[in-house]
Design a protein around this ligand. Structure first.
Ligand code: OGA
Ligand code: NI
Length: 347
């Protein structure tokens, strides 16, 4: 059973004060939530992007509606760029703690930083993961100056990988527009011109994976996420009330619709809750997250609203959305169930 979380807050605080050392320490298992074991493994629907365009549009939409997650193959991102990115990520995590310490920050407003635990407000609980987050706002941001200069190839490799995976994300958004009957440039402006974040996740080996989560249950708050899965399993998706292991086929990216897509489509697409469990071996995964700008006002698109289809979500700026989402999360105890409509009714 999952222990109740109210007893966690004081010990959680204690852990936070030592957070600077967090990447160097094993977490105490008792501070972490116990995930229920999952027995079911399921493949998110596979979309072959080399098929005919109409078929691809339909497959993305059908897969998205049914499952909330899809995986894409023949996506056009060269294998070499992916292998280079994996390699440089491994090299980064292998740097000594002293070489990474200057990047460490708990400030969630800092676009580029190294941190441990999670950015989600979880009432003080910490999760077993280390992350290097690199941010860049396309088309011509300057934040890459802040990216680490070590390993020496990291900046170049990460920028290339980010451009390629962001390009894939934008193409998927265009295909979604076609499938949904939205004008094809709907996602071209401020709604996708905030930071693109490239997060390198390292989930350390756990001595007791059944007691240690890598990431709490959450929905992604951004527009769309392109995830490079690891050979080591860990991502679980809530499907019909069960946590299932999300398996992927070789050379696929897992694509996850963010909460902003749920809002824009007035709930036609759902952002699905997911979490990460740990293993007895280390796991590396790499995510590309496309975000709106802070001031971008996002609500259901007019195309989805009629007399019979009233707006189910409020329009609000992305900055407000993130603030409200965090406040609600602070209060929630065990299950961070993110039913956006319930949350919005409580504002
Ligand atoms: C995330 C996430 C999954 C993973 O960062 O939002 O869901 O496998 N990551 O690291
Ligand atoms: Ni996520």
């Amino acid at each position: 059973m999952i222990p109740h979380s109210s007893s966690h807050s004081s010990s959680g605080k204690m852990l936070q004060t030592t957070a600077y050392h967090a990447p160097l320490l094993e977490y105490s298992n008792e501070l972490l939530r116990q995930p229920a074991n999952s027995a079911i493994a399921l493949l998110p629907p596979v979309v072959d992007m080399s098929s005919n365009r109409d078929e691809v549009c339909r497959a993305i939409l059908d897969g998205g509606k049914e499952f909330g997650f899809i995986q894409v193959v023949n996506h056009g991102v060269p294998e070499q760029a992916i292998r280079d990115m994996e390699l440089v990520s491994q090299e980064f995590f292998q740097l000594s703690a002293a070489d990474k310490a200057h990047l460490y920050s708990e400030d969630t407003n800092k676009p580029t930083r190294f941190f441990s635990g999670t950015t989600f407000e979880t009432g003080g609980d910490k999760y077993s993961m280390n992350t290097l987050r690199l941010a860049y706002s396309f088309p011509n941001g300057d934040s890459s100056k802040e990216w680490p200069s070590s390993p020496p190839k990291l900046r170049e490799v990460a920028m290339k990988y980010m451009e390629l995976t962001r390009g894939l994300g934008m193409e998927l958004l265009r295909l979604l527009c076609e499938g949904l009957g939205l004008r094809s440039d709907y996602f071209e402006g401020d709604i996708s011109r905030g930071d693109t974040a490239l997060s390198l996740f390292q989930y350390p080996p756990s001595s007791d994976p059944s007691m240690t989560l890598g990431l709490p249950p959450h929905c992604d708050r951004n527009l769309i996420t392109i995830l490079l899965p690891s050979a080591v399993k860990g991502l679980q998706i809530l499907y019909n009330g069960d946590w299932i292991d999300a398996q992927s086929v070789p050379n696929a990216f897992i694509v996850n619709f963010g909460l902003q897509l749920e809002v824009v489509t007035n709930g036609i697409l759902k952002s699905i809750e997911h979490r990460v469990v740990t293993n007895s071996v280390s796991r590396l995964s790499i995510g590309t997250f496309i975000h709106p700008t802070e001031n971008c006002l996002i609500g259901p698109a007019d195309e989805f609203l009629t007399e019979d289809n009233l707006p189910l979500y409020r329009a609000m700026t992305f900055g407000d959305f993130k603030r409200i989402y965090n406040v609600i999360k602070l209060d929630s105890s065990l299950n961070l169930t993110t039913n956006l409509r319930d949350i919005q009714e409580n504002i």
